[in-house]
Design a protein around this ligand. Structure first.
Ligand code: KIV
Ligand code: ZN
Length: 529
């Protein structure tokens, strides 16, 4: 890792710029059921790099060997953005984080410890002096791995100001280069949060040597407003996630922070280096990988964010877009639907377009699997868009999903007043088996038939459908989340027929269960120091 470039250097070179620190792969992943496989993390990380985020928090290396490997893989793959691992303020965690980010061109260790009375007494069972000592030790150790070290005071929102001043002063003296002030429980309100940031910057000696950062959760729906208030108070790094994914009600949403700063430059006089046209593709990718569907009225990335329903609005927009629109849809990546490939396109064109979209095939087997799916799709659908291609690789990529099971055939019978039934044939390593089942709906019947064959014993905990592109022949993309023995896996399937997409998604999830792709929830490790 070179020490010549860090996100901090970049920010100080152009002081009026906010560093965008994306934690979709760490805090975002802590949403229930959103745990991602290594391959999924790599796909998201590549898209974040295309989005030009400054820092990618790739995970929590000490949480498990799987998490370690995922952070290391992201560190190897990403060139332009800084890659960061979270670490509690103890030697074991910091060593793991340091080792995991070693391959990164620009690597950061983010170490944290709780500083509020309730967290110190009840959770850590540590005296304030011990907490400060742990912070100092962790920061010093982290500096042995990288000169880019972030220190966070967890639950800063409920911490005493004097104690924050003390611990931040100590962390800066120990070598921290970014100081992060989290509203861990989403408790603050904007004026308070901006004032708190400004007061810390005023009172902490050495404040001018570090980048001040904010990290807000959305429990009261104010994460973005609080983050922006912190920027006005002097923060020059905002921690956020795509689609606002994250613990409980989520984190500040990257797209809202970025577009607020950009659209209201008159208020903030500050910018980011984000390529906003990559926002919608990033939102779709994260939604499809995690199964967290974006609500239609979500700012910037919701399907209705630029749709005008009422006659008065439509009339106004037709006469002059700016009557009702403060941003342009294409500036954030809407309408980027691009007709790309067709039935006659060859493997090289397919590979090249996906490379342009940020997906690099890691093996010939993965390319072959995806290309076969592309040919199938091209037979059914005349117009193939970038989104279709990305959906195709979402079903393939994972550790080249070992396809223990493959959908061979599917038939369903539904008629009003009678129970739907499905006949499903699955290829199990070259042997075709078939089952019939009735269900409380066609999808239920399909899943029951698959379970008759596979007997996975897994529990279905999420079923979500998204349309990939517009039009009657659009593909539906289905996400299925299964849980078994504490492991949670997602499966994706896309097809012009929603029942086929559902079957594919279920089988894809089963294939993940059958490989090492499932991981325990990293949150389980965050309880103690
Ligand atoms: O919310 C929080 O406090 C965190 C820290 C680990 C930064 O996620
Ligand atoms: Zn958090």
């Amino acid at each position: 890792m070179t020490a010549t470039h860090t996100a901090r250097d970049a920010a100080s070179a152009a002081t009026e710029r906010v560093i965008i620190f994306d934690t979709t792969l760490r805090d975002g992943e802590q949403s229930p059921g959103a745990a991602m496989t290594q391959d999924a993390k790599l796909r998201v990380a590549r898209q974040l790099e295309r989005l030009r985020v400054d820092v990618i928090e790739a995970g929590f290396a000490a949480a498990s060997p799987g998490d370690f490997k995922a952070v290391e893989a992201v560190a190897k793959a990403i060139i332009d953005s800084t890659v960061c691992s979270l670490a509690r303020a103890n030697a074991g965690d910091v060593h793991k984080a340091g080792e995991a980010i070693k391959p990164a061109r620009h690597g950061r260790i983010h170490t944290f410890i709780a500083t509020s009375p309730i967290h110190m007494e009840k959770k850590l069972r540590m005296a304030p002096d011990q907490v400060v000592e742990s912070a100092i030790g962790a920061v010093k150790l982290a500096r042995e791995y990288t000169d880019d070290v972030e220190f966070s005071a967890e639950d800063a929102v409920r911490s005493e100001m004097d104690f924050l001043v003390r611990i931040f002063t100590a962390a800066i003296e120990a070598g921290a280069t970014t100081i992060n002030v989290p509203d861990t429980v989403g408790y603050s309100v904007p004026e308070q949060w901006g004032t708190r940031m400004a007061e810390l910057i005023r009172r902490v000696p050495g404040a001018d040597r570090v980048v001040w950062s904010t990290h807000c959760h959305n429990d009261l729906g104010m994460a973005v407003a609080n983050s922006l208030a912190a920027v006005r108070g002097g923060a020059r790094q905002v921690e956020c996630t795509i689609n606002g994914l994250g613990e409980r009600a989520g984190n500040a949403s990257l797209e809202e922070v970025v577009m607020a700063l950009r659209t209201r430059r008159d208020v903030f006089s500050i910018d980011t280096r984000i390529d906003a046209t990559q926002i919608v593709p990033a939102s779709r990718l994260v939604s499809s990988i995690t199964g967290y569907v974006v609500q239609p009225n979500k700012a910037v990335v919701g399907a209705n964010a630029f749709a005008h329903e009422s006659g008065i609005h439509q009339d106004g927009v037709l006469k002059n877009r700016e009557t009702y629109e403060i941003m342009r849809a294409q500036d954030v990546g809407w309408d980027t639907n691009r007709l790309t490939l067709g039935k006659l396109s060859g493997r090289n064109a397919f590979r090249a377009r996906l490379a342009e979209l940020g997906h690099v095939f890691t093996s010939d087997a993965e390319l072959a699997q995806a290309f076969a799916r592309f040919k199938d799709l091209a037979d059914k659908k005349h117009e193939i868009y970038d989104e279709d291609l990305l959906a195709l690789v979402a079903q393939t990529g994972d550790e080249v999903v070992q396809e223990h099971f493959k959908l061979a055939r599917l038939g369903t019978v539904t008629s009003t007043g009678s129970k739907p039934s499905a006949v499903v044939a699955i290829d199990m390593k070259g042997r075709e088996v078939e089952a019939v089942a009735e269900g409380n709906g066609a999808v239920d019947a399909v899943f029951l038939a698959i379970e008759k064959l596979v007997e996975s014993g897994a529990q279905l905990i999420l079923y979500a459908v998204n349309n990939i592109t517009a039009g009657a022949d659009a593909q539906g993309e289905v996400t299925v989340r299964l849980s078994r023995d504490g492991h949670v896996v997602n499966g994706n399937g896309a097809d012009t027929d929603i029942l086929v997409a559902s079957a594919k998604a279920y089988i894809n999830a089963l294939n993940h269960l059958g490989t090492a792709a499932s991981r325990k929830h990293p949150q389980a490790f965050l309880a103690t120091p």
